[in-house]
Design a protein around this ligand. Structure first.
Ligand code: NDP
Length: 275
């Protein structure tokens, strides 16, 4: 039996156990997937214990992604670029390997599920925390335009832009400076929706014909998704697709089985239907 877990704080709300159990059923694998909540000071020892006691793979969520990166013995290029990891596993020599599948998950959801060609898209990314760092590199690589990054604490956005300058140019702006701008894709990687608040977006920021994406997922449209609809967005999505895609990539890393994400998405949205 495979032993997996997600580490976070808080973590009880996480959909990851449900998603990975559905992946396991679909791939006919026996899996135990736990949600483990711990404090920051106990994170390293709790993760080490999990792997010492036979854990095969772990997901890491808020607020531990940077710590997971620091804890690993080896890291992927995506994790190195992000400076954060959402996936851990044991290498053959029993050392800890860190990966970041958030960027790939978002790009897959945008291009495969939403059918978007990002090549000529002007992209606005809100937030400069772990999630933004995870997706910024892949977004920069997907479009020919510089990505615009805005954050409540502007200095943090500037630090992130400097870190990513080896990949390309990132334009940093304050929220007020977005007035009258127009983007093809707007991605909310802030945690504002978690507390049902909106970032300080100017009323004159147009979303006309844009795809607007909130990385947060919930049963009802988030406050940010409602704002985007009112601003004229043509497509508005939550982060469920990204969550599924990044989870599928972790599952593949751990088991070498690639689940069929669309079937699991349908199952999550309509649990009474067969998988
Ligand atoms: P962090 O705590 O690392 O970063 C939070 C970010 O949100 C910071 O940039 C912070 O700005 C900003 N922020 C918080 N509150 C506000 C506010 N009221 N107005 C404007 N900005 C605000 O969190 P993560 O980056 O790890 O996660 C961000 C979101 O992404 C969460 O909702 C998380 O659930 C979601 N997520 C979804 C995934 C998916 O697969 N769908 C994967 C990963 C994350 P400042 O620096 O000024 O404090």
């Amino acid at each position: 039996m495979y032993k997996f877990a997600v580490f976070g704080n808080p973590v009880q709300h996480s959909l990851s156990p449900t998603i990975h159990n559905l992946f396991a059923r679909q791939c006919d694998l026996s899996v135990q997937y736990d949600a483990i909540e711990c404090t920051l000071s106990a994170f390293a020892i709790t993760v080490r214990d999990f792997f010492l006691c036979g854990g095969h793979g772990a997901n890491v969520t808020l607020p531990f992604k940077e710590h997971a990166f620091a804890l690993a013995n080896t890291v992927s290029s995506a994790a190195r670029l992000a400076g954060a990891a959402n996936t851990l596993c044991r290498s053959d020599d029993r050392t800890l390997f860190a990966e970041n599948t958030d960027g790939l998950g978002l790009i897959r959801d945008l291009t495969t599920t939403q059918g978007l060609n990002l090549t000529h898209c002007r992209i606005l990314l809100l937030g400069a925390g772990g999630a933004a760092r995870g997706v910024l590199g892949p977004l920069m690589q997907a479009t020919t335009h510089p990505v615009t990054l805005v954050n409540r604490t502007l200095a943090k956005a500037k630090d992130v832009a400097a870190h990513f300058s080896r990949v390309g140019k990132v334009i940093t702006r304050s929220y007020a400076e977005l007035a009258d701008d127009h983007y093809d894709v707007i991605i909310n990687a802030t945690s504002a929706s978690l507390s049902s608040t909106l970032p300080a977006l100017p009323d004159t920021l147009s979303c006309r014909n844009a795809l607007v994406y909130d990385m947060m997922y919930s049963k009802k449209p988030t406050i940010f998704m409602q704002w985007a609809k009112n601003q004229g967005a043509s497509v508005v999505c939550d982060g469920l697709g990204m969550l599924l895609e990044q989870a599928a990539e972790s599952f593949y890393l751990w088991t070498q089985h690639r689940p069929e994400v669309l079937a699991v998405r349908r199952q999550l949205l309509h649990p009474s239907r067969p998988l």
